[in-house]
Design a protein around this ligand. Structure first.
Ligand SMILES: *Cc1c(COP(=O)(O)O)cnc(C)c1O
Length: 420
């Protein structure tokens, strides 16, 4: 590539972008929509052609404060000018402050920082296994996870993910995982009874409080209460993957607060840094089974990402964003339900918590979520699928009432266009 291309002014990006050139050099691991986004502000983004979109994807439930939020811009700008990366060989004050905020605002006692959701879940799996071996004396620990779950793309986390499509051709998978249907107590009890024989025992149950990628399926209150009782009675660790639903997206700070229970370990990532890559694994006091040298990350919790996450946390409180998530969530679900009533043959269900909501298309209908999403893009609305038949709505948590209303109108136009 010539230097000339690199120093072009922002205005020139309009003509500079070519998807053919992009595809020539970047691996084709993603199915991409034909759109290059170059600028954002609040809940809006603009493409290379200057077209404006309402962003109800938010980097897939990640841009908590939307785009270019002044608090985030100020925090990362100040931090990168001062000190952006050192190493966990030394104390990192911002990491300590972030851990303190998270512990004071959750059921956890301590935090470990990494860079992504999959990595946070890897940390939780390692911690659960070490606890099983050294505290519970289990020789072959098993972790139970749910069908239709999603826990990441590393080898351990695709194994934990109860969806064969993510595992195919990547075998051999990791030993020590078993799957059960979600929200089904008899199936869980049967699985535990079947596993717990001699050396092989259930060490942990790993679940999402609301299954995000698996179709926006909220956990049942009664199910999770019983899971908690079973775990407590049997000394099984309850690990909740809060990577997508946590950090205020559900209308509570953590998804588990909607279920009236507390996990022993939980993980966070997507919304935590507001779009700056950071993951966290949080745990109750027994996390001290991890000793120096047991687990580490070069980038994990560096000053830059922690300053970003701290700004997100403090802004959530300062701007009372939870109240907005609850009100805008109600508005969005009411609007989606009204649309569903107009298309009873096409739309079978609207469900979700706070600002993570799904609209399920009839499995019998020919229309797929991708077709509706393409029509929505042409109407100026970005949304993301959660499987072939579910449309997912995960806007920034600062989205306004007016923007929700505009998105609903755009969605109606998109559906009308897609069914033609
Ligand atoms: C996105 C997601 C992950 C994986 O996070 P990455 O940052 O992509 O590794 C794990 N669990 C859940 C519930 C997720 O939604």
């Amino acid at each position: 590539m010539s230097i000339q291309t690199l120093v072009e002014s922002p205005a020139a990006t309009k003509s500079a972008f070519s998807s053919a050139t992009f595809d020539e050099y970047v691996m084709s691991t993603y199915g991409r929509f034909p759109l290059a986004l170059v600028r954002g502000e609040g809940s809006r983004v603009w493409d290379a052609e200057g077209r404006e979109y309402l962003d109800f994807v938010a980097g897939i439930a990640t841009c908590t404060l939307g785009h270019a939020h002044p608090a985030l811009v100020e925090a990362v700008t100040n931090q990168i000018k001062t000190l952006h990366h050192v190493s966990n060989l030394y104390y990192i004050p911002q990491q300590g402050q972030l851990a303190q905020w998270l512990v004071e605002h959750s059921c956890a006692d301590k935090a470990f920082f990494c860079n992504s959701g999959a990595e946070a879940n890897e940390g939780a799996i390692k911690l659960a296994r070490k606890y099983a071996h050294t505290v519970l004396g289990i020789q072959e620990p098993v972790i139970i996870t749910a069908h239709a779950s999603f826990h990441g793309r590393t080898l351990a986390t695709i194994t934990a993910t109860g969806q064969p499509k993510y595992q195919q051709n990547f075998d051999p998978l990791m030993p020590g995982f078993q799957y059960v249907p979600y929200n089904d107590i008899p199936a869980l009890e049967a699985a535990i009874a079947q596993i717990d024989t001699g050396e092989r025992r259930v060490a942990a149950i790993l679940l999402e409080a609301l299954q995000g990628e698996g179709g926006v399926r909220p956990g049942d209150l009664a199910y999770f209460q019983r899971v908690r009782e079973i775990c407590t009675a049997k000394g099984i660790l309850l690990i909740l993957d809060e990577v997508q639903v946590g950090m205020a997206r559900s209308g509570k700070l953590w998804g588990y607060e909607n279920l009236g229970i507390e996990p022993d370990i939980f993980t966070s990532a997507k919304g935590l840094g507001g779009g700056i890559p950071i993951g966290a694994m949080l745990c109750k006091q027994f996390c001290d089974v991890f000793k120096p040298g047991d687990h580490a990350s070069t980038f994990g919790g560096n000053p830059f990402v922690c300053a970003a996450a701290l700004a997100v946390c403090q802004t959530l409180e300062k701007e009372n964003i939870l109240a907005n998530v609850q009100a805008r969530g109600e508005q969005l679900r009411a609007g989606l339900k009204a649309i569903a009533l107009k298309y009873p043959d096409l739309i079978t269900e609207v469900r979700g918590w706070g600002l993570i909501n799904g609209l399920e298309l009839n499995a019998e209908a020919a229309l797929t979520s991708t077709e509706v999403i393409k029509a929505a893009i042409s109407e100026g609305l970005l949304i993301v699928p959660a499987g072939p038949k579910v449309l997912r709505f995960v806007p920034p948590l600062i989205v306004t009432a007016e923007e929700i209303a505009q998105a609903l109108l755009a969605l109606e136009r998109a559906i009308a266009q897609a069914i033609k």
